[in-house]
Design a protein around this ligand. Structure first.
Ligand code: GLA
Length: 674
């Protein structure tokens, strides 16, 4: 049994609860909290996330009495604790004793005190103090009966340009390159005469006069992610040294650019996500769905933890709109539909002061007699009904590539044919039509195993290492279908243009050579004609593409590239490759992508649902759990399906009706069940 299996058994299915900050409240409130948590069916809280100053008010002077009492109270109330190491919020005394723990920004200025995450991850002093409080905490609570999970720090993220970062960066580079010749070569330092002759000459890439060496910048992103990961690993290993059977996690963020979560995920027992889809953005649930698919995929399809979401409004944006009645429930079920095994919130009780005083909570300022608290009660009840679903996951035949190295290459380094690439937007452009047509999608990295998939979507793999490029080629050679968009396979892992014509890594794969990249002028539009006569417009980008083994699925009908291929089809080994060399208008792009998926023999589990109804399926050996989620606040929907609706307990024969913002979770026998 894994640590997460044991955790699931302990909470009886789904973890339900939120961040709990008792250090902000009077002890009388703690008792009311536990009473109301029980009423709401809360079974887990994340405790003490920012409590370092309350636990160690002076260096080496510890006050655990209050936490002892809270742990005991929670345990007596049957509530499990996801106990945090408080190292995301170094106390003010530490920053006074050692101002060098403050992260220095790229311009050389240190951050001031007053927020959180104000530490340089490479600072040996920060690490020493963090290890000390972690050791104390683990020593005291590892065998407390309330302890169910360790929550290491919070939202690892700072990038620092301190002296200590430079020292650690040099050590990281020495490990990676071994000698300076290899580093100089990898960084192309003959360019602009940047050759290093001594390791001590290498600094973190602070602000240069104009442009920064693109390989140095890229390595600094990799280094920063690794430095943060080292902080996590150090604390994880401390808590594990006391006790080995408790799951250890940390909380990640959506589309977070500064940590390569593919490298982090194997180091924890489950991946955990904090996500705040903006209720003012009508498409935020689509980008949320992508995150949920990514988080499930980060650990090879294992259920993940929704660690934080808002019960209603947040407090970090310019306009913080409430979640209308029903939205919080629907969003929670959406995460569950894509294999979340928890629904947790930031936070349990709304704070009275501090920056987040208007952030919503399970228990809002207006108390238990409030819309939000009632919705929380209902959600807790429904999650108990869904208990059989916990621990199950889903299967996909379509995979989409999402890689931090590729993201950094495209957006963190300058000097590309155009400077306005958005990797998340590009990925979402490829994901959205699949989501709208209810295709289950896994997310893969360039180092992932691809054998289980029929279709691989490669949105924009500008930077890909040799191994990743070969995996994609092998996938196609072995019979897979690859749909690839422009500006892929261009540079190697050192951000150097691959030789022998664009796209160096994929010229044979796409069956064409690109002479030049032609970014479009503002407002420039091109007519594209498909082989079957359909026409579309394109913008933003064109490859000046010369077919080799490939054939044109579409050509430009005007402009200087008239007659040249805009979309290429190539047979490669036993596989099929569709390469899109321009930015097609949305309808044409979506149609091409969906036709490519269909031609590979992939069928979505439901055809013909309205676009506002989302469908996702989790499965166990015996059952399929079909989640049907109506994102429209105005329109209902009826969906042809048969089984038991776990939310109502009713048998559904032939058709289920969904109210506006309504949901159903249909359990039916697994078609391949023994
Ligand atoms: C993050 C943090 C929380 C809180 C919320 C507010 O996810 O982890 O401490 O600040 O944001 O939305």
């Amino acid at each position: 049994m894994t640590r997460m299996d044991a955790f699931r058994n302990r909470v009886g299915g789904f973890a339900f609860g939120g961040d709990y900050n008792p250090e902000q409240w009077d002890p009388a409130v703690w008792r009311e909290d536990v009473r109301l948590m029980r009423e709401a069916g809360v079974n887990t809280v994340s405790l003490g996330v920012f409590a370092w100053a309350s636990l160690e008010p002076e260096p080496g002077k510890y006050e655990f009495g209050w936490l002892d009492e809270v742990m005991d109270l929670l345990h007596a109330g049957g509530i499990s604790v996801n106990l945090a190491t408080p190292t995301a919020a170094p106390p003010v005394w530490l920053t006074h004793l050692h101002p060098e723990v403050f992260p220095v920004m790229a311009d050389g200025q240190p951050f001031g005190f007053g927020n959180r995450l104000h530490y340089d991850p490479s600072s040996p002093i920060y690490r020493e103090y963090a290890a000390r409080i972690t050791t104390r905490l683990a020593g005291r609570y590892s065998f407390h009966p309330a302890l169910a999970m360790w929550h290491i720090s919070n939202e690892y993220g700072p990038t620092a340009y301190n002296e200590a970062s430079s020292v650690a960066f040099r050590a990281w580079l020495r490990r990676k390159y071994g000698d300076l010749k290899t580093l100089n070569d990898a960084w192309t330092t003959h360019f602009w005469g940047q050759t290093y002759t001594d390791w001590d000459q290498i600094e973190v890439p602070n602000i240069p006069r104009t442009w920064m060496n693109p390989a140095r910048k890229l390595d600094f992103k990799r280094f920063t992610s690794d430095a943060l990961l080292e902080c996590f690993l150090a604390e994880r290993d401390i808590v594990r040294s006391f006790r080995d059977d408790i799951p250890v996690v940390t909380n990640f963020m959506r589309f977070f650019r500064h940590a390569d979560y593919w490298r982090w995920a194997p180091e924890e027992d489950a991946v955990a996500l904090d996500i705040y889809p903006d209720p003012a953005d009508p498409d935020s649930h689509v980008s949320a769905a992508f995150q949920y698919d990514l988080f499930r995929s980060l650990k090879g399809g294992q259920p993940w933890l929704l660690m934080e979401q808002a019960a209603s409004a947040v407090s970090q944006w310019r306009l913080n709109v409430v979640k209308e009645p029903g939205r919080m429930r629907l969003g929670s079920l959406q995460a569950v539909s894509r294999a979340a095994d928890s629904v947790m919130f930031f936070q349990w009780r709304a704070g009275r002061g501090g920056h987040e005083r208007f952030h919503s909570a399970m228990l809002p300022h207006s108390g238990p007699d409030s819309r939000t608290f009632k919705e929380v009660l209902d959600l807790g009840r429904e999650l108990r009904l869904l208990a059989p679903v916990a621990g199950t996951t889903s299967r996909s035949e379509v995979a989409i590539l999402f890689d931090w190295d590729g993201w950094w290459g495209l957006e963190e380094t300058a000097g590309l044919p155009r400077a306005d690439f958005s990797y998340p937007d590009t990925v979402m452009r490829h994901y959205t039509p699949l989501w709208e047509h209810h295709h289950p999608v896994d997310v893969v990295a360039s180092a992932s195993e691809l054998g289980a998939y029929k279709v691989l979507v490669v949105p924009n793999a500008y930077l890909i290492d040799d191994d990743g490029a070969e995996r994609i080629r092998a996938f196609a050679r072995d019979g897979g279908t690859v749909l690839m968009s422009f500006f892929s396979g261009v540079v190697d892992a050192c951000n150097r243009v691959r030789p022998d014509g664009y796209p160096g890594a994929f010229r044979e794969l796409i069956g064409a050579k690109i002479d030049e990249y032609w970014p479009a002028r503002p407002h420039e539009e091109f007519a594209v004609e498909f082989a079957d006569g359909r026409r579309a417009t394109a913008t933003w980008w064109r490859d000046d593409l010369h077919l080799e083994t490939g054939t044109a699925l579409a050509t430009y009908a005007d402009g200087l590239l008239r007659g040249r291929a805009a979309v290429v089809e190539n047979r490669y080994g036993a596989g099929r490759v569709v390469y899109i060399a321009t930015l097609l208008e949305r309808a044409a792009f979506d149609a091409l992508l969906l036709e490519t998926v269909a031609a590979a023999g992939v069928r979505a589990p439901f055809d013909g649902l309205p676009a506002h109804v989302e469908c996702a399926v989790r499965e166990s050996a015996a059952h399929e759990y079909v989640f049907l989620l109506n994102h429209s606040a105005e329109a209902g929907a009826s969906v042809p399906v048969t089984g038991t609706d776990l939310l109502t307990g009713r048998e559904v024969t032939g058709e289920v009706e969904l109210a506006p913002l309504g949901a159903a979770v249909i359990q039916r026998p697994h078609p391949q069940a023994p």
